[in-house]
Design a protein around this ligand. Structure first.
Ligand code: C5P
Length: 397
């Protein structure tokens, strides 16, 4: 597991040195970047000696860019941890700025982001800081700590950075995939949730998908060590821990989000309920009720899954088939025509599991095998499915 550690300028920077050692003890490769202010507290040489790699402190450094440039560094990372994260760094992240190396890397990476805040208790309590953290949490950023206690400035209260051992424990609790699993480092893209196809500015065609199964699969794959990006239609679900999330609304947006990322992934799991059709010409104004009948012309949406599987060197591609009849026939036909490596088929409608339920059962098919996963809660089912995907993926690579 590759961890990019960003150190910003607070007295807790000295604790980050011990953090590097502890992460390396867990077999993580660690590369360190520092803000200019951080170098006033701890020397880059300390982090170089502990991480075994040169430390970068500037964005516009020709010598460093000639080596592993900042985009390569952003792609190298499986996880990004900012420790300590000062109030200023948190504000710049919330605003989406890229005015130094750590903030630029955060924008340039698809890896999940963790923050270990460290600041004076008054700064921590300030509404500006709390609002910034709320914005970041809404983007799926995980905030580890802070601890409560006496502070370097003499105050007492919340704002201390967690101790290195506590940080590693919090990181592992939030992201069990950090300990090596069968999919460690496997770059994975998952689609989940429904899509919404606008009819006019206030109405859309949607479907009953809650996104629960796709989110549970994304979580379970991350728990096995995969580096997961989740492209999600509108759902009411919180972002899974350790997963980078990209929100979309329409099938067209999901298609664009997937196609922009698919060449950089090893595994693609399409669990989204993508609308097959969209209104040909959404009305620019709210449609008024006038005639007794209203005819809406629909046009086909791109089949994201089929398109991904048909690429010249596709990732290991797994689809879902939600059917109301002849489950296995339809699923097998999709496996073959879409040229998938695996398909997970489930009954929807009637009294079986499926949409809007917390339980489900799956028949998983691949070109020369099959497995039945009986009715169970979706989170458990997702773990079984993720293990099966890992088994087939490892066998094929
Ligand atoms: O052919 P059907 O739509 O039933 O196939 C379902 C599978 O295809 C699911 O894995 C779904 O995520 C994916 N799909 C897609 N893009 C579409 C339609 C379906 O990726 N436009």
């Amino acid at each position: 597991m590759n961890i990019l550690l960003g150190v910003s300028g607070g007295i807790a920077a000295y604790k980050a040195a011990d953090l590097v050692r502890r992460l390396r003890e867990r077999d993580c490769a660690v590369r360190v970047v520092m803000t200019a202010a951080a170098t006033a507290f701890v020397s880059p040489l300390t982090f170089q000696a502990l991480s075994g790699h040169p430390v970068r402190t500037a964005l516009l450094d020709p010598a460093a860019e000639a080596g592993m440039d900042h985009i390569e560094l952003a792609r190298w990372a499986d996880r990004v941890l900012l420790a300590p994260a000062t109030a200023d760094l948190i504000a710049r992240l919330a605003a989406g700025l890229a005015d130094d190396l750590p903030t630029t890397l955060v924008l340039a990476t698809a890896a999940p982001l963790y923050l270990a805040p460290a600041m004076n208790q008054q700064m921590w309590r300030h509404p500006a800081t709390q609002e910034n953290l709320e914005r970041l949490r809404g983007r799926g950023v995980q905030v580890l700590g802070p601890g409560v206690g006496s502070q370097a400035c003499g105050d007492h209260g919340p704002g201390r950075m967690l101790e290195p051992a506590e940080l590693v424990a919090a990181l592992l609790a939030a992201d069990p995939g950090l300990d090596s699993g069968p999919l460690t480092g496997v770059r994975t893209l998952v689609t989940a949730g429904p899509t919404r196809e606008p009819l006019d500015p206030v109405r859309y065609l949607g479907n009953r998908s809650s996104g629960r199964m796709g989110y549970a699969v994304a979580t379970a794959l991350a728990e096995l060590g995969a580096r997961v990006t989740l492209v999600s239609g509108p759902t009411a679900l919180p972002s899974p821990a350790g997963v980078a999330r990209v929100d979309v609304e329409t099938a067209g947006e999901m298609h664009a989000a997937v196609l922009a990322r698919v060449d950089a992934v090893d595994l693609f799991v399409a669990a989204a309920a993508v609308a097959d059709y969209r209104p040909a010409a959404p009305a620019p104004q709210k449609i008024k009720k006038a005639d007794a009948e209203l005819v809406v012309r629909l046009v086909r949406n791109p089949d994201i899954l089929a398109e991904v599987a048909a690429r010249p060197s596709p990732p290991f591609t797994v689809g879902f088939a939600a059917e109301t009849d002849r489950l296995e026939d339809h699923a097998l036909a999709k496996l073959r025509t879409k040229r998938l490596r695996m398909i997970a088929a489930n009954w929807v409608g009637a009294t079986e599991g499926g949409f809007e339920r917390s339980d489900n059962a799956l028949t998983v098919l691949w070109p020369d095998g099959r497995r039945e996963l009986p009715m169970m809660p979706k989170t458990q089912l997702a773990r079984e499915l993720a293990l099966l995907i890992a088994e087939r993926y490892v066998a094929s690579s």
